[in-house]
Design a binder for this molecule. Structure first.
Ligand code: SAM
Length: 259
């Protein structure tokens, strides 16, 4: 039962020295609001609470919530909500707290959905510092023209300055995951893109057949002729590929095609 629960909720708990190091990377000061996603048994939570931050934890598993309430329930700076983070009223929380930090050792099965949902609201925060699978962190933080660059890199870098902070091996967790992990710092870009609705679907479509040139990589999602015309209008070489375009260039390209 416990093993099934751990798999279902992506529960891999951090060892104490690693948790102390990661909590130390969060640049939150005493009294500042922190939103922690997936606190588990409180490995990061404890060290953050000891720093005097005002911490709200969102945890899906009621057994973890019981453990957390037992450990921290009497601390005034600890608040917990037992809910799936994907159903949590993030907008409401961010609007009622003064630019919180967002953190967490994210459950790997929903980490990209969590990051994608957070990005358009990142300007309401001081930033995100937390852990995902190493491969996902590398995709998120990839620069144009690198092999990991894709639609997730465009989505995140449209809103955030990105940096990988630490690589963490499986030996630092119980149970050990099958993959490496990494922490990253995502801070709001002052010049974040104002992305129209449909823009990120367009970017995802552009990477559908990533190895092909841009005029062929969309598959059937967009009119090929229009794409070729836009490539010409913008003066890109006919051989340009999706992986060569920065988020700004993608937006320019989108505007020429969709208007
Ligand atoms: N923070 C703890 C640590 O580092 O030891 C636990 C991290 S564990 C990788 C992920 C945590 O997220 C688990 O406690 C799990 O129950 C919780 N979780 C999984 N899916 C969730 C969701 N959709 N919303 C909120 N919490 C979730």
């Amino acid at each position: 039962m416990d093993r099934a629960r751990r798999r279902k909720f992506g529960q891999n708990f951090l060892d104490v020295p690693t948790a102390i190091a990661i909590a130390g990377d969060l640049p939150a000061n005493e009294g500042e609001a922190v939103l922690e996603i997936g606190p588990g048994h409180g490995a990061l939570t404890e060290h953050l609470l000891n720093r005097g931050v005002d911490l709200t934890a969102v945890e899906i598993d009621e057994q973890c919530v019981e453990v957390l309430n037992g450990k921290f329930g009497d601390r005034k700076n600890f608040h917990i909500t037992n809910i799936d983070f994907l159903k949590f009223d993030l907008e409401g929380f961010l609007n009622s707290h003064e630019k919180p930090w967002v953190t967490g050792n994210l459950p790997y099965n929903v980490s990209t959905a969590i990051i994608a949902g957070l990005m358009p609201r990142l300007y309401l925060t001081k930033g995100f510092m937390g852990m995902v699978q190493l491969e996902v962190a590398e995709r998120i933080c990839a620069a144009p023209c690198s092999s990991n660059y894709g639609s997730l890199s465009v989505l995140v870098s449209a809103f955030a300055d990105t940096q990988i902070l630490r690589k963490i091996g499986p030996e630092h967790f119980t149970p050990k995951p099958n993959v490496d992990s990494a922490t990253m710092l995502l801070t709001p870009r002052a010049d974040a893109l104002v992305a129209p609705e449909g823009f990120f679907d367009f970017v995802r479509a552009a990477f559908t057949q990533k190895r092909k040139t841009l005029s062929n990589s969309f598959g059937k999602a967009y009119d090929k002729k229009k794409i070729q015309e836009a490539i010409e209008v913008l003066g890109y070489p006919a051989t340009v590929r999706a992986e060569e375009l920065s988020p700004e260039q993608f937006l320019e390209f989108y505007k020429v095609i969709v208007g």
